[in-house]
Design a binder for this molecule. Structure first.
Ligand code: ADP
Ligand code: MG
Length: 206
């Protein structure tokens, strides 16, 4: 695998977030400010613009540039968080062969960046509630000898369960936390976009 797989991934993510923009915004209208779909769509349309005008010879350069684009184009909490995810993911892939193991290390580095910025813990009703089980499932699959596609599919399935498990939670981070108990009973928008990003990875990266 090489940089082309990552180009396909980012284009597929842009398509998926565009198709789901109204849905993500509806989720954010219940416990936030109704902009998550628009934020993600705007950010990834800018990433597509970057892909259209630049050709990249390495996955790390591509992911780092995509991360910087998200940081600069997306307001709100999610821009810096996803921007940091892709920046750190890319940084971790610099100069290494792309294998299920190194990609796993990259995913971990990306999520550590999300935590460094957002200080979320498991159960705070954020995107981390999708990332954490996804990383566990990915690691378990790779440790069991699975190939990249199987490991990413396991990660996406675990993310979807984590996303669904945010519904009863009371938010402790981000805008939804201002609602206190009233945030319970709604699915977290960021955990939903994280699941879409991982479902796209399972479709396009292997
Ligand atoms: P904003 O809340 O600024 O309007 P978005 O609506 O684009 O930004 O994104 C909201 C999502 O960001 C939430 O659903 C949640 O998953 C995620 N989020 C917010 N704060 C944090 C945080 N501190 N750590 C991790 N994720 C967070
Ligand atoms: Mg919002």
């Amino acid at each position: 695998m090489g940089v082309d797989s990552f180009v396909s991934w980012l284009r597929d993510v842009a398509g998926s977030l565009h198709d789901n923009a109204a849905y993500l915004t509806e989720l954010d209208s219940a416990i936030g400010d109704a902009d998550h779909g628009a934020n993600m769509d705007r950010g990834f349309q800018a990433v597509v613009g970057l892909l259209d005008e630049t050709s990249f010879d390495s996955a790390d350069e591509l992911l780092k540039k995509a991360g910087m684009t998200l940081v600069s184009k997306v307001g709100g909490a999610s821009g810096p968080l996803y921007g940091t995810f892709f920046l750190r993911f890319g940084t971790a892939l610099a100069g290494v062969d792309l294998t299920p193991e190194t990609i796993g290390k990259g995913l971990h580095a990306g999520v550590e960046g999300v935590l460094a910025r957002g200080k979320a813990e498991l159960g705070d009703k954020t995107m981390y509630d999708a990332w954490a089980p996804a990383l566990d499932a990915y690691d378990a699959a790779v440790a069991g000898g699975s190939e990249l596609g199987t490991a990413l599919t396991a990660a996406a399935e675990a993310a979807a369960k984590g996303r669904d498990a945010t519904i009863p939670l009371v938010a402790r981070k981000g805008r939804a936390s201002y609602l206190g108990e009233r945030s319970a009973g709604h699915q977290d928008p960021g955990a939903t976009s994280t699941t879409l990003i991982l479902e796209s990875a399972a479709r396009t990266l292997p």
